[in-house]
Design a binder for this molecule. Structure first.
Ligand code: HEM
Length: 313
């Protein structure tokens, strides 16, 4: 094994550890956010959005401490990973991914300083997106640092690129549902109490810089708009990424990742639907949040494989 291979292996181990830790951070922060908001409380739905009324949230201090510990450890790992990718000479594209990763971690640390006020939508919104970004970037580095990665086969990346755009929209809309405490506005699926298309007045809910005073009541136009757009984007992501995954299945080098992408897509749609049907079970909602992070990371992995292939001489 050459010195470069050893360096790549060290980077891969660090990136895999960071991926696992970032997933843990996403899961714990989903727990803190959703249980603090009142998801899973005994007096549901009356207790939903209790953070907005200033009521004390129930999660144990131990969970908060584990969140801080895991996030701080992830920050240290992120710096170590970036150091190995950049020194003594930058390995491309790992050095670029690692720099972005550290920048995102620093940004999330600053967002954390503002996140004590639950009325600000943008802090919760960016926190959720940032967590997913951390998982995706560290996983991307782990995959790209595999010295044994076989040559990729040539596949069109177009459905995957469009699918990832639809996935980003889905995730952003889901994060807005969470950050605006709008889960209870639509308790049925596939439509919201017979409504299939949002009223024009509901579009204001797409503003991530709003300040919310209270959780949306069932049928609230803004909440219904977020739920319906979230579902339509999820269906678009399913179709486009599903097509990309089927193409990936046809090539030896991308078959496993393609299979995972299909399975994760199906699982995420089922988890989202079950979250609604169950009357917003806390554990299903956390599973849905973590599932989104894994799905996003694997979709990027399959896309990277396709793009590398089209660039290969
Ligand atoms: C590709 C598919 C999907 C992805 C990637 C996705 C992703 C997300 C994300 C990231 C959130 C924010 C989670 C949080 O607050 O911690 C969310 C919330 C939510 N999603 Fe989805 N979702 C998908 C499909 C669906 C579907 C099909 C449904 C229902 C039919 C659904 C229902 C919900 C509900 C009710 C919430 C709010 C619950 C909460 O506050 O966590 N999702 N989604």
């Amino acid at each position: 094994m050459t010195t470069r291979d050893e360096r790549l292996q060290r980077i891969r181990i660090l990136a895999l550890l960071l991926t696992a830790l970032s997933l843990l951070v996403v899961a714990i922060s989903a727990y803190l956010r959703l249980s603090g908001a009142g998801l899973g409380c005994a007096a549901w739905p009356d207790c939903y959005g209790q953070l907005l009324s200033g009521a004390q949230s129930s999660p144990a201090g131990l969970v908060r401490i584990s969140h801080r510990l895991a996030a701080s450890l992830a920050l240290l790992l992120g710096f170590a990973l970036a150091w190995h990718c950049i020194r003594p000479d930058p390995i491309r594209p790992l050095a670029g991914h690692a720099t972005l990763l550290v920048a995102l971690m620093i940004l999330l640390t600053f967002i954390g300083l503002w996140s004590s006020d639950p009325h600000r939508v943008w802090t919760g919104f960016l926190n959720m997106l940032g967590g997913l970004g951390l998982v995706a970037l560290s996983w991307r580095i782990a995959v790209a640092a595999d010295p044994l990665l076989p040559p990729q086969s040539s596949r069109s990346a177009l459905p995957l690129q469009a699918g990832i755009a639809a996935l980003v929209m889905t995730v952003a809309l889901g994060a807005l549902i969470g950050a605006r405490y709008a889960a209870a506005t639509c308790g049925t699926t596939p439509a919201c109490a017979g409504v299939w298309w949002p009223a024009a007045g509901g579009l204001a809910a797409l503003n991530p810089f709003a300040v919310v005073a209270s959780p949306g009541a069932p049928g609230d136009a803004g909440g219904v708009a977020l739920h319906l757009f979230h579902r339509y984007c999820a269906v678009a992501a399913l179709l486009l990424l599903g097509l990309g995954a089927l193409r990936a299945l046809a090539a030896d080098a991308t078959r496993t990742a393609g299979g995972w992408l299909l399975a994760l897509l199906a699982m995420e749609l089922v988890l989202g639907s079950l979250t609604v049907v169950s009357g917003f079970s806390l554990w299903l909602a956390i599973g849905h949040s973590v599932g989104a992070a894994v799905l996003f990371a694997v979709a990027l992995q399959v896309l990277d494989a396709g793009v590398q292939a089209t660039r290969r001489p």
